[in-house]
Design a protein around this ligand. Sequence first.
Ligand code: 2RA
Length: 350
Amino acid sequence: RKPVLAVVGATGAVGTVMLEILSQRQDVWGEIRLVASPRSAGRRLAVRGEETEVVALSEEAFDGVDVAMFDVPDEVSAQWAPIAAAKGTVVVDNSAAFRMDPDVPLVVPEVNAHAARVRPRGIIANPNCTTLSMIVAVAALHAEFGLSELVVSSYQAASGAGKAGVDTLRAQLAAVAGSSLGTQPGDVRRAVGDGLGPFPAPLALNVVPWAGSLREDGWSSEELKIRDESRKILGLPSLRVAATCVRVPVITTHSLAVHARFENEVTVEQAHEILASAPGVVLVDDPAEGEFPTPADAVGTDPTWVGRVRRSLDDPRALDLFVCGDNLRKGAALNTAQVAECVAAELTTP
Ligand code: 2RA
């Protein structure tokens, strides 16, 4: 029997991408049950080419479900994931509710698939999209050179802040299109008015050095997630990590400039070899030909795209590189689907 899958949060931004991904990937599932808030119950959505009715989130929605993917806000996961797990459903949760719980593995299949098998709470967590947009590439380099420090700056897309983020950026772009704005202090801010949406400053014609919420000593929650999650996924609890998270006027696909320091000396040639053969990574690194990843080229694709690989001029053990990853695909829905497929394989292997 093929395992039964529930997609919880099927109507949200990530849920929508999830249904596309489930329709594109090798089909390992029996029934796929779509679950959402009572408000969305009764809607019909297409998955694997079939119209499927959305059912309301309830305890009964998990009857007979082997694996459930949760793409819902933190508080909804915090409440409902344990309820599903108590019914014997393996939960793959894309919220932040359980990521740092020591009894919940934080899994990126290319890096630590084995961790998905040890899940005392019946829950597996999916990392934050910013961590996911770089970690597959960083982990491949770590396996060869031994990572000792990461210094990263992110260039995060509006869709990381959900549909409201995308709608806000599109409205702001319309408000400034064809104008000569961006030449005087505050002119963009005045044009955008109170249409800041989820961002603390205008995003059109701008970059905003903020994502997430304020934590101690001026760090943002997003910056701390990169640090905590990278440490947990790589199994390096004292890895030195400094992150600065920045929102840029891109609809979808996060980018990161990464300075990675290793235990061993590195060469660009070795790094190229590792990255070119790493699963889930595509190397595009020929600046003489103008070839490097950009979010506009990476959007809608599955891999982590890597380019601009350089050895530090001042440190033979450090590399600088630029990565792009679709924050709704590998950054969210795709990784969740890959983890769920690992569980499906485990459940169907005698
Ligand atoms: C963002 N990483 O881009 C967040 C979403 N989880 O805002």
